[in-house]
Design a protein around this ligand. Structure first.
Ligand code: PHE
Length: 505
């Protein structure tokens, strides 16, 4: 019975068999192909068989080496919604032509009749065809233009019905125009029956009629008695079906969660959209800080913003930013409540930490989250605009830089990273601040920031003890954990990688 286990071995899939069995659908496809030389898969049409069945039969026939298959890249064009509308209502330049056909029409006439947006397109297109306004008046068009534009309309019609060939000049025109046609690349199989296929076809002729599925009809009519049943082939090779798995990022995120839970931390969660007040002001980030810039932060229309959580803190923030506390001077500028009221996509999850501590002032507190943040960042091999942060804080009498270092070491040690380095850093809300750097296989990777919250952050909110906090990149960690050179690979949906990543752990 050793033969059967071949199905488990993907390498044996598709190897030549002495005399392969073929299904009735495959016979139909073979027989169709025996009457053609070479044909595009999409041009095969067989009564009673859908495109999916044909396509699957072709795959089987190819794996049984009964047909020869080559593949060709093919670009398909279709109309965008706007293109569909142009086809229904006419192209803007065509409509404009109707307006100016009797002469003496003005640019304004066109813009008013067609509306600004479409009018501008129409005028630009007419100008390209040599119809340009002089003194605001558009010249009456000459006859050939009408038929030329009718050609454009017909071309759109062709795109819609999928007729080929497409005239290259028209295609160029519409490819350059914005948002009228769209293209999709796909690979088409070109198939041809080969001698082995011919032999199998001949051998199977005459017994095309066989029963694959026993139906009530066949039983009632009794015709099952006289028709042969299709044979089961226990040795036929089937492709291995892989079950679904968990995405590497979810996997790592669960591991991180488990570690903090084991260490006695409580998981907190926040929201993607925050008021600048909690995301920035609460953390003593000055309102003119570069990180607040549109360059770095995604702002959101705030005209219908819901009320902020705990609005009583706003006056506290104002005081700290303008005047400071105790011996600390603050930033000394005029704090603006409008800037604080702006909505944004949270740029870090430290916003959850500070709000959590405000709501849980009873020391000690140990909290963490693994959640998504957003940055207006140009994406490259180590930067993403959407990423997850491993956030956390410990609030208590015994919180100190030493305990922070211990925690960071312990956390990464539990993931298997022992070479850790801390370098001095700067965040407006921590002092001292330090960045965490991990070395793996001789390569260094900066994983995130940490520090002890400044008194300007903790004291105004009624927190009496030190707070140590950190914000670490999950995707950066994934890079070193899964051995990736490019952070973008994580979200590339590369199916081979997704299937194999477990091996590398
Ligand atoms: N919020 C910082 C960041 O987004 C990280 C950090 C968290 C730094 C807590 C210090 C303390 O990069």
């Amino acid at each position: 019975m050793g033969e059967i286990s071949m199905a488990d071995n993907p390498d044996s899939y598709g190897k030549e068999q002495s005399s392969p069995d073929v299904s009735p659908n495959e016979v139909k496809v073979l027989s169709f192909l025996s009457r053609q030389k070479v044909i595009l898969e999409t041009e095969i049409s067989i009564d009673g068989l859908g495109q999916r069945e044909i396509s699957s039969a072709i795959s089987w026939l190819e794996s049984k080496k009964l047909i020869d298959v080559s593949r060709e890249d093919h670009t398909e064009y279709s109309l965008t919604d706007e293109g569909e509308r142009f086809l229904r209502e006419g192209l803007p330049e065509g409509k404009a032509l109707q307006i100016i056909r009797n002469g003496n029409a003005t640019v304004r006439d066109v813009l008013e009749t067609l509306g600004q947006a479409e009018g501008k397109i129409a005028l630009a297109q007419l100008a390209k065809l040599g119809i340009k306004p002089s003194g605001g008046i558009l010249p009456a068009p000459e006859m050939p233009i009408f038929s030329y534009l009718e050609g454009r309309r017909k071309f759109l019609e062709k795109i819609r019905t999928g007729k080929e060939p497409l005239e290259s000049e028209m295609l160029e025109h519409f490819r350059k125009r914005e948002n009228v046609i769209k293209e999709r690349k796909r690979t088409i199989r070109i198939v041809r029956i080969n001698p082995a296929g011919m032999r199998v076809l001949e051998a199977s002729s005459g017994n095309q009629e066989s029963i694959g599925t026993l139906t009530p009809d066949l039983i009632q009519s009794g015709s099952w008695k006289s028709t042969p049943f299709q044979k089961y082939d226990l040795n036929s090779r089937v492709e291995r079906i892989l079950g679904s798995g968990i995405h590497p990022i979810s996997y790592l995120s669960r591991m991180v969660r488990d570690i903090f839970l084991e260490l006695g931390f409580t998981e907190m969660s926040g929201h993607y959209i925050e008021h600048a007040a909690w995301n920035m002001d609460a953390l003593f980030i000055p309102q003119d800080h570069p990180a607040r810039d549109m360059q770095d932060t995604f702002y959101i229309d705030s005209s219908n913003a819901p009320e902020m959580e705990h609005p009583e803190v706003l006056e506290i923030f104002r005081k700290v930013h303008e005047k400071g506390i105790r011996g600390y001077t603050g930033w000394g500028y005029r704090w603006s409540s409008e800037k604080a009221a702006q909505l944004l996509l949270r740029t870090h999850t430290t916003v959850s930490t500070i709000r959590y501590l405000y709501e849980h002032k009873q020391a000690p507190q140990a909290v963490f989250s693994v959640e998504k943040v957003f940055r207006h960042e140009s994406v490259d091999w180590k930067h993403l605009a959407e990423l997850h942060q491993i956030e956390g804080a410990y609030y208590g009498k015994d919180a100190s830089l030493a305990s922070l270092k211990w925690l960071m070491r312990e956390f990464y040690r539990r993931l298997g990273f022992t070479q850790l380095r801390f370098v001095p850093s700067y965040y407006p809300y921590t002092e001292p601040s330090m960045d965490v750097i991990v070395t793996i296989n001789g390569k260094e990777m900066e994983l995130g920031g940490s520090g002890v919250f400044r008194p300007e952050v903790t004291e105004p909110l009624g927190l009496k003890h030190p707070v140590i906090a950190w914000g670490l990149g999950l995707e950066r960690l994934a890079m070193i954990y899964f051995g990736l050179d490019d952070i973008r690979d994580i979200y590339q949906s590369d199916i081979d990688w997704l299937r194999s990543y477990r091996m590398k752990i």
